[in-house]
Structure formats: structure tokens, C-alpha cells
Design a binder for this molecule. Structure first.
Ligand code: CA
Length: 229
């Protein structure tokens, strides 16, 4: 389960310690020493998770969490707050502004990695390397294979990511702009029509296995992957 993680922490020793442990666990890590810098980085890069120190120079981690939750682009990014403040009211304040979890300093590497894994599994299941299924469609993220009724489906990398996202978020409807955000991220260089083109290629690839109807067009809203007809 390799994720891209942004650490926002002003103490170099703690920043290093967290970085080493996360990289050892297979994650890619970038660091910022304050919220302003992190906010700048988020303009053209979207991590899978933020580890955010509460006590930062300038904007605090708590205020930054509130800011990220108020902006459409970062509203859903998973956030774990790190803090030496272990009062119950501080934890509640952190969770109330929208943090997914709260880790009290000092923490062990094991606790940090365990909590990161829990949040990643819960919030972004497509990052986990487990095999996912929808009926007779089986997608294996680590092998990068898709089987449809037992026959192998060959997909381009964008169609693969699109299918992986939809299959891990079944029965939910996503607009084209939401799909752009989740599947393409900041690398997107196209328009809504681009999404339609890739959806169409994905349906064509699933057609021989009789599964193209899995991807439903929800008029005026977007697309969804669902098993029920
Ligand atoms: Ca600090």
C-alpha cells in the first residue's frame, strides 16, 4: 500500500524521523515546514494523505485543516493531525474541524504507520494493493491485471486507473470533474470530453466479456459503476 504523503512539520528532527519511517514502509514523501508552503505545494500536487503538525509557525495545523476543508480541491484529502497537546478537548477540536485522526506526540513509528494504514484503507481504498471485484470482473492492482468472466482485459493505463477508482467506489455517482480530480489529479490536460472518451474506451474493453453495462451514465450527473441493472 504505497501512498504519496505530505508531512507538514517545522521540527527537522521529527520531520526526518517521520520521513524515514514512511519511506521505509514504501510511501513517497514530501515535506513542508509550514502551512503556507504546504498550501503552495497543494496547488499542483494532491497527496493521498497529509500528516499535519498542530503547532506550526504562522497558520496552525488546526487552522490549516479548517482551510483545506473549506476549499473544493482539498475538501476530501485525508488529514492526520500530530500534536503534543493531549487534552481531550484538543483532540475533539481537531476532529471537529475535519481531521481524520489525531496522533499525540511522542508517538512510536509503529503507531504512526498503523494509523496511516487505517486512514488510507478507509479513505482511499484504491491505494491499497488488494484485489477488488465487481461480480465477474476482477481487478488486481499489484499485477495491473483485469479479468472479465475469466478472460483477460487489456486496458490503457488511464482506463485502468479509471476502472480501479470506480470499482473501489461502487454505486456512487461521480461527476466528470470529480473523476478528473481523483483519476488524473493535477496532471490533467483536457476537458470533460476527455473523461467521456476514456469511459467509452473502458466500456469497449469490457464489451467482449459482457460487462460494459457496469459503467452507467447518470444523466446530468456523471458516471457510476454498479452491478444492479
Ligand atoms: Ca511544531
Amino acid at each position: 500500500m504505497a501512498a504519496q504523503i505530505l508531512i507538514v512539520e517545522d521540527e527537522p528532527a521529527i520531520q526526518d524521523l517521520i520521513t524515514v519511517n514512511l519511506m521505509h514502509a514504501g510511501h513517497s514523501v514530501r515535506c513542508a515546514s509550514d502551512a503556507e508552503l504546504a498550501h503552495q505545494m497543494l496547488k499542483d500536487w494532491m497527496p493521498d494523505l497529509l500528516l499535519l503538525d498542530w503547532m506550526l509557525p504562522g497558520i496552525t495545523g488546526l487552522e490549516f485543516t479548517r482551510l483545506l476543508r473549506s476549499e473544493a480541491r482539498t475538501r476530501d484529502v485525508p488529514i492526520i493531525l500530530l500534536s503534543a497537546r493531549d487534552a481531550e478537548r484538543d483532540k475533539i477540536a481537531g476532529l471537529e474541524v475535519g481531521a481524520d485522526d489525531y496522533i499525540t506526540k511522542p508517538f512510536s513509528a509503529r503507531e504512526l504507520l498503523a494509523r496511516v494504514a487505517v486512514i488510507l484503507r478507509r479513505r482511499i481504498p484504491q491505494v491499497s494493493a488488494g484485489v477488488v471485484r465487481a461480480g465477474d470482473l476482477v481487478l488486481d492492482p499489484s499485477a495491473r491485471t483485469v479479468f472479465c468472466n475469466g478472460r483477460k482485459v487489456s486496458l490503457g493505463s488511464t482506463e485502468f486507473r479509471l476502472l480501479h477508482f470506480l470499482i473501489t467506489h461502487m454505486d456512487r455517482v461521480y461527476s466528470r470533474s470529480q473523476l478528473i480530480h481523483h483519476v488524473w489529479g493535477a496532471d490533467f490536460d483536457g476537458n470533460d470530453r476527455t473523461v467521456d472518451v476514456h469511459i467509452s474506451r473502458l466500456r469497449n474493453a469490457l464489451e467482449p466479456g459482457g460487462m460494459s453495462c457496469l459503467i452507467r451514465t447518470v444523466r446530468g450527473s456523471g458516471y457510476s459503476l454498479t452491478l444492479i441493472g
